[in-house]
Write a protein of this length. Structure first.
Length: 122
């Protein structure tokens, strides 16, 4: 919590104005530019396991898995980004993530080669 006595009243007001400006710019960015949502799969060769997830930025999320881990990924890396699929809406990406979590190891191996994997393009 910001405290006027520790930062000074002008500092707090300035910070709030800056934050409001940031929120406004973020809204305009989302209106002007399309936000893309991703379902992704990362792979640990040391454990031969896959982790499936959702993110707005799979590259940054991969770094988070390396640095912080999650309940599933902690101490099981190193992780490699092996599959990325993009969606127009968060809902679509989350539905796909839920479906991917049900895939068998063999189904995932086939999926990695599919044209849906945007890592194969380019």
């Amino acid at each position: 919590m910001l405290c006027c006595s520790s930062f000074g009243e002008r500092s707090v007001v300035g910070s709030l104005r800056s934050f409001s400006a940031f929120v406004g710019e973020l809204f305009l960015f989302k209106v002007k530019y399309r936000v893309i949502h991703f379902a992704y799969i990362i792979y640990s060769s040391s454990r031969d396991i896959y982790y499936k997830g959702y993110s707005l930025n799979p590259g940054s999320r991969l770094r988070e898995h390396h640095l912080e881990g999650s309940r599933f990924t902690k101490n099981k890396g190193p992780w490699e980004l092996v599959y990325v699929e993009n969606f127009e809406t968060k809902k679509e990406a989350l539905i796909r993530e839920r479906l991917l979590k049900k895939y068998s190891h063999l189904q995932i191996l086939e999926l990695l080669k599919s044209p849906k994997n945007i890592l194969n393009k380019g």
